[in-house]
Design a binder for this molecule. Structure first.
Ligand code: AP5
Ligand code: ZN
Length: 211
């Protein structure tokens, strides 16, 4: 299966993608994680505004398409089935995606702006195994410690209130048109993302099976 999961920053794409990948035995392809793993990559030869992905990410801006497209192309070529999360984020990326693959299901997680800010500023992540928590909505058993591997949890550098606001504004301007594009094509399954993670997962699974 080829599944695309769309949604604003904090909508729960990462949370649901991991579960989908387990459930359907798919590769979880996420540009956010891929870029975080390559934050220091030297892209100065490409003549963009900044020399590394880190500078874009910490500002809440999009990393240039050429860099991201290449990452996605390679990852999708290596994957049999996949859940794609964090891409496409603008119409040019959506067009590129159409050129390199086909999609079986496109699912959009709908969450209100206020809830997104709460989720992102309260998120904590494990730097070692990638597990995701929330100080209020999904706390670990022991405060500040990963349930899976015992490592101390950290806040993502772009989860400060100021950067969150910038990410949301970039989302409205660049990524909402992508959601509209798939909706206009009649392929978008819309799920209420403001339910418990289990309920959201149930709806997402149903949408994928119906597609
Ligand atoms: P990326 O890592 O993709 O971040 P994002 O899209 O902003 O999404 P998030 O990871 O913040 O949120 P999520 O939807 O995965 O939510 P999560 O499940 O964690 O991108 C980061 C940066 O990389 C970008 O700003 C950009 O610079 C760059 N980048 C990435 N892709 C790019 C591209 N294609 N082009 C250019 N640049 C790119 O959940 C959030 C929190 O809520 C967690 O704490 C979780 O525990 C909690 N939560 C989840 N579900 C629920 C629920 N149902 N109820 C209550 N709480 C919940
Ligand atoms: Zn961990």
């Amino acid at each position: 299966k080829h599944i695309l999961l769309l949604g604003a920053p904090g909508a729960g794409k990462g949370t649901q993608s991991k579960r989908l990948a387990d459930e359907f035995d798919l590769e979880h392809v996420t540009t956010g994680d891929a870029l975080r793993a390559n934050k220091g990559m030297d892209i100065s030869h490409l003549d963009f505004e900044y020399d590394t992905p880190r500078e874009y990410m910490d500002a809440g801006e999009l990393v240039p398409d050429d860099v991201v497209n290449e990452i996605v192309k390679t990852a999708l070529q290596e994957a049999d089935g996949y859940v794609l999360d964090g891409y496409p984020r603008n119409l040019d990326q959506a067009e590129y995606l159409t050129e390199i693959t086909d999609l079986d299901a496109v699912v959009y997680l709908d969450v209100s702006e206020e809830e997104l800010v709460d989720r992102l500023t309260g998120r904590r992540v494990c730097p070692d195994c990638g597990a995701n928590y929330h100080v209020e909505f999904a706390p670990p058993e022991e405060k500040g410690v990963c349930d899976e591997c015992g490592s101390p949890l950290v806040q993502r550098e772009d989860d400060t209130e100021e950067t969150v606001r910038e990410r949301l504004s970039v989302y409205h301007e660049n990524t909402e048109p992508v959601v509209d594009h798939y909706r206009d094509e009649g392929v978008l399954a819309e799920v209420n993302g403001e339910q418990t993670p289990d309920e959201v997962f149930e709806d997402v699974t149903a949408a994928v099976e119906d597609a």
